[in-house]
Design a protein around this ligand. Structure first.
Ligand code: DAK
Length: 258
């Protein structure tokens, strides 16, 4: 992969978008590399992913404006679909994905962070959907996910105004869960990932699915989704070990992802 690195540390997979000269802007090759990185994740061993950007300035400064500038209508739709398919895959990836937003998260950068389960950022992070200033709409899910995360009114204000917001405001409106000094961001992301990774992996996956799928439907059906995924846990070794450990007043020996 030319523009993405993937490494694994203690059950945590770290995907880094590595195109710092263009502030990690997303061109087709970066999208292809991200797809390949996801294909390479071993779901038997990796329990949480962290997505971040290379360098100290930018997470992702958006879709590549140079590449997009000459697209035809059909090519624009194809580029949008490529991004949307990838971002949806991140959103529905079986294990949790944490976005460690280490700088600019503009346009497609804000959008890819919103396809992750959890966003934390460094104090130099800047979020925004500047598309209407470029004559386009957000095209990688921004009109849909931002409203779901920060509420309709705030999403409309951000998108219509194309105004960027800094880390503290992103925190205030609930776009990120926490803000860290730059050098503390990755350690914090790894610590959070490790906290998640030590829990029963199938239960964590089922929680992700229950939350995601439940949000797409009404409460009655959503609770049925939860019941089913709750029930599934009782066929796992990890449920038996987790509850036995509690009843026997001991620590869980190991969750085995089965
Ligand atoms: N695309 C391409 N190159 C970019 C880029 C981008 N989004 N952002 C930065 N770069 C490049 C710059 O061109 C520059 O390259 P060189 O000139 O050195 O070759 C290099 O990165 C460093 O950038 P600057 O010199 O501009 O650095 P500054 O610190 O001065 O400014 C900045 C940083 C982030 C404020 C500035 O670079 C900036 O405003 N960048 C553009 C941010 C932006 O508007 N992003 C949103 C892009 S629109 C859709 C699909 C997708 C989308 C929409 C529709 N469909 C198909 C429907 C998504 C749209 C977007 O994401």
């Amino acid at each position: 992969m030319e523009f993405v690195t993937y490494e694994v540390e203690n059950q945590i997979g770290i995907i880094t978008i590595n195109r710092p000269k263009a502030l990690n802007a997303l061109n087709s090759a970066v999208l292809d590399d991200l797809e390949e990185a996801l294909n390479g994740v071993d779901l038997d061993t990796v329990r949480v992913l962290i997505l971040t950007g290379a360098g100290e300035k930018s997470f992702v400064a958006g879709a590549d404006i140079g590449e997009m500038s000459n697209l035809t209508k059909a090519e624009g739709e194809a580029f949008g679909k490529k991004g949307n398919d990838l971002f949806r895959r991140i959103e529905t990836f079986p294990i949790p994905v944490i976005a460690a937003v280490n700088g600019f998260a503009l346009g497609g950068g804000c959008e890819i962070s919103m396809s992750c389960d959890i966003r934390i950022c460094s104090d130099n992070a800047v979020f925004g959907q500047p598309e209407v200033g470029l004559g386009i709409t957000p095209g990688f899910g921004g009109t849909q996910r931002l409203a779901r995360i920060v509420g309709v009114g705030m999403a409309k204000q951000m998108i219509y105004s194309a105004r960027n917001i800094k880390a503290d405001e992103a925190y205030r409106i609930g776009l990120v869960n926490a803000v860290y000094p730059q050098e503390e961001l990755m350690p914090a992301a790894k610590k959070l990932a490790a906290t998640i990774a030590k829990n029963a992996p199938i239960a964590v996956r089922n929680c992700k699915k229950a939350i995601n799928d439940g949000l797409q439907t009404d409460m009655d059906q959503a609770l049925v989704i939860e019941e089913k995924l709750f029930g599934d846990c009782f066929e796992t070794y990890d449920q038996k070990e987790g509850m036995a450990a509690f009843l026997e007043k001991r620590k869980v020996e190991a969750f085995l992802n089965k």
